[in-house]
Design a protein around this ligand. Structure first.
Ligand code: NAD
Length: 357
């Protein structure tokens, strides 16, 4: 039996998360595994009910669970709060930190029927199946920073600081994942300019002997940004530091058509956190227009990375693929000639495929 903390959050969160929960229930009855769900408040919903974005009981529930399923947080109602109290900063960052989640995994996989929805030409994007492993708790966002007035005007700095231990743990994880995929790892840095990148590159070189089945290449981040749109199919696993990963993963996300298709996993601590890459989409909340597939594919990642249920994860991905091949589309991926469905209907179609598949 696995215990799952369910945090729907705000906006479309309460619409998409139930579809992912029901997907897990369908997986449970298929595989003979029991999932026990406990729901808690997070984000704006928690501010309204409890006065803070990450109440102590929510954090405690996450710590006691085997995995966390999160919808999204934030919305216009809470935008006027001071930055430190807003749902995104006061809930997501502490949650990741408290759970020790140092690795963010973002796949960019093109489902063949959606090739026309990508901004790239179908012949360039077809076959894209890559995974970005981003370091999540170090580097520029967390290093020493300051803004101060001097006699000649203001100065400000941030510091891209990494220790060997921080680099080793994320790089080892990326090698391990590459070994389970197609065996190719691209380490992205800026070693021609940055000292922290030279330590990063040296560490990758030192560790590669532990993973003889994996081929490694080093790529400068500026070149990687270009290669992602020039020939995305060349990549299998990309590992990189926090800031580069932040930018590259957003760039990669657009390759596959809609942000409503993109799952993510944050792992490295005792409890993994699984959430769609998108936000709370207040513009379409409460209208059954949201695409639940990013959240459903996030539970496929949960099955793979937290519960080692690879076969079940593949079954969920295959069910999504078959629903798309049959022409069902939520509004964000709709093109004329396909069948328009709402959030709950899309979830039901995936479960039907899971039961029949
Ligand atoms: P967003 O991702 O919520 O929405 C961007 C656009 O994509 C919108 O047009 C939206 O309708 C669409 N979209 C997003 N998810 C979709 C889905 N599943 N199906 C169909 N369309 C979808 O980003 P935003 O508008 O910049 O942010 C809205 C709120 O969400 C803000 O308060 C922001 O801070 C917050 N946010 C939260 C997270 C998170 O919880 N992890 C991440 C990003 C933004």
């Amino acid at each position: 039996m696995y215990k799952i903390a369910v945090l729907p959050g705000d906006g479309i969160g309460p619409e998409i998360v139930p579809e992912a929960v029901k997907t897990l229930e369908a997986v449970g009855s298929r595989e003979g595994v029991e999932f026990q769900f406990s729901e808690a408040l997070v984000g704006g919903a928690a501010i309204d009910a409890r006065g803070r974005a990450l109440p102590a009981e929510t954090l405690a529930l996450c710590r006691q669970s085997d995995a966390v399923l999160l919808g999204a947080v934030g919305g216009p109602k809470w935008d006027t709060l001071p930055p430190a109290e807003r749902p995104e900063t006061a809930a997501l960052l502490p949650l990741r930190k408290e759970l020790g989640l140092y690795a963010n995994l973002r796949p960019a996989y093109l489902f063949a029927p959606l090739a026309a929805a990508s901004p790239l030409k179908p012949e360039v994007v077809t076959g894209t199946d890559l995974l970005i492993v981003r370091e999540l708790t170090g580097g520029l966002y967390f290093g020493p920073k300051k803004r101060e007035k001097t006699a000649t005007g203001e100065v400000a700095y941030d510091t891209m600081l990494y220790s060997t231990a921080e680099i080793e743990r994320i790089v080892r994880l990326a090698f391990t994942i590459a070994r389970q995929r197609r065996g190719h790892l691209t380490s992205v840095d800026k070693a021609n300019v940055l000292t922290s990148s030279r330590l990063w590159r040296d560490t990758v070189e030192r560790l590669k002997g532990e993973f003889p089945e994996v081929t490694v290449e080093h790529m400068y981040v500026d070149n990687c940004a270009m290669q992602l749109v020039r020939r995305p199919t060349q990549f299998d696993v990309i590992v990189t530091e926090n800031t580069f990963g932040d930018i590259l993963s957003d760039q990669a996300s657009v390759l596959t058509g809609s942000i409503g298709m993109l799952p993510s996993a944050s792992i490295g601590g005792v409890v993994g956190l699984y959430e769609p890459c998108h936000g709370s989409a207040p513009d379409i909340a409460g209208q059954q227009k949201a695409n639940p597939l990013a959240t459903i594919l996030s539970v496929a990642m949960m099955l793979k990375y937290s519960f080692k249920m690879d076969r079940a994860a593949q079954a969920v991905e295959a069910a999504v693929s078959r629903v798309l091949a049959k022409g069902y589309r939520t509004p964000d991926i709709y093109v004329p000639g396909t069948s328009l469905v709402g959030t709950a209907e899309m979830g039901a179609l995936v479960r039907q495929e899971l039961q029949e598949g």
